[in-house]
Design a protein around this ligand. Structure first.
Ligand code: NDP
Length: 333
């Protein structure tokens, strides 16, 4: 249960206040707490915009589910994802950013000031909004996958890999995430099947080399998952090799864990009525800026970036969004 809902449970006397808290007015509201949201908060706070950050369901964003980050400039020895996010948060707070638990549950961007509701019960009015809601893991969409979520099916090796020490697991996907998750799991599990639907992987050459050279990773090219099997927990998977080809073949593997690493979906659905998005849901920004189709609403990080999707590019775009918001607010005054 969210923080706001918890507070209201004790408020039995006044039905109205039980359902809705008093409205808060903020100059700059930032939605999301990944590298984009926190960097926007650092810049906005230093520009005296008194930013309020609504952290979202996954405080700290996707990086809190990774282990080592080795490619963020300024950390010559690498840093863990959670530690880096704590650093960014502390840096934003040092300049006065107000970072709050909660999730934005509805928005009305039809007029300024913009209206937002957090956790269904906390209304806000904001003069400028920075959307930095990131992206979430995609799943295959199989019924069996849904049934075994939390019972052997996961989209985060670094969160759940520990449970598969000495066991057999499969990772689906052919990108850098799948390669990285397979490498990580290979250090824990006895055996890792890497299920790739094409005859090749799209991961970077270095990552492909790494998985190919790891003895306990077996790459199953041209395999698709038909079903994940088991009774209460995952015990296997049925795959189709060379689907649609004359030599199509059914392959069964015995596994204890099934990790899905097939990309991410931008967290933008809640803005769909107001903000222009591309076919896959990425928020469209005016090239070279963080500006959306609505003046005063800016987007930063993975929610608007189908191409680079790196922590450092997210942080850079968070900076852009704060500078754009600052200029916008100055023009309004
Ligand atoms: P990608 O979109 O790059 O790759 C997704 C993979 O999943 C593809 O191989 C795709 O297959 C496969 N896939 C998609 N849908 C299905 C399906 N239904 N069944 C089976 N396979 C499927 O996503 P990633 O998350 O891997 O990477 C996203 C971005 O983040 C990339 O730019 C990547 O380079 C970057 N990244 C960088 C890292 C680093 O630098 N350390 C680490 C992780 C990610 P197909 O190829 O056939 O389309």
């Amino acid at each position: 249960m969210s923080f706001f809902k918890t507070l209201n449970v004790n408020d039995n006397n006044d039905k109205k206040s039980e359902s809705m808290k008093p409205e808060e007015r903020v100059k700059c509201l930032i939605i999301g707490s990944g590298p984009a949201g926190y960097t926007a908060a650092i810049y906005a706070a230093r520009a005296n915009l008194n930013p309020v950050v609504i952290q979202g369901m996954e405080a700290g964003g996707q990086l809190t589910t990774t282990t080592e980050v080795e490619n963020f400039p300024g950390y010559p020895n690498g840093v863990t994802g959670p530690a880096m996010m704590e650093d960014l948060k502390a840096q934003a707070q040092r300049f006065g950013a107000d970072i709050r638990w909660g999730e934005v549950t509805s928005v009305d961007f039809s007029e300024r000031p913009f209206k937002l509701i957090v956790d269904n019960n906390q209304p806000y009015k904001a003069d400028a909004v920075i959307i930095a809601t990131g992206a979430s893991a995609k799943y295959l969409g199989l019924e069996s996958e849904e049934n075994f979520k939390g019972a052997g099916v996961s989209a985060c090796a670094t969160c759940d890999g520990f449970f598969y020490k000495g066991k057999k697991v499969a990772v689906v996907g052919g990108g850098d995430t799948a390669a990285e998750e397979a490498s990580y799991l290979a250090g824990l599990a006895e055996k890792v099947y890497l299920i790739v639907r094409k005859p090749y992987m799209r991961a970077s050459k270095a990552m492909i080399k790494r998985v190919e050279n790891t003895p306990n990773i077996e790459i199953l090219y041209e395999h698709n998952t038909k079903e994940i099997t088991g009774t209460n927990v995952v015990t296997g998977a049925t795959l189709i090799k060379r689907k649609g080809q004359p030599d199509e073949e059914e392959v069964k593997i015995e596994i204890d864990g099934f990790f899905v690493a097939i990309g991410h979906k931008p967290n933008s659905d809640i803005f769909a009525d107001f903000i222009e998005r591309d076919d896959t849901g990425y928020i469209k920004t005016i090239p070279g800026t963080s500006k959306t189709n609505i003046a005063g609403i800016f987007a930063a990080g993975d929610v608007q970036d189908p191409v680079y999707r790196q922590a450092v590019t997210a942080a850079g775009s968070g900076c852009m969004a704060a500078l754009d918001a600052e200029r916008f607010l100055a023009e309004q005054e």
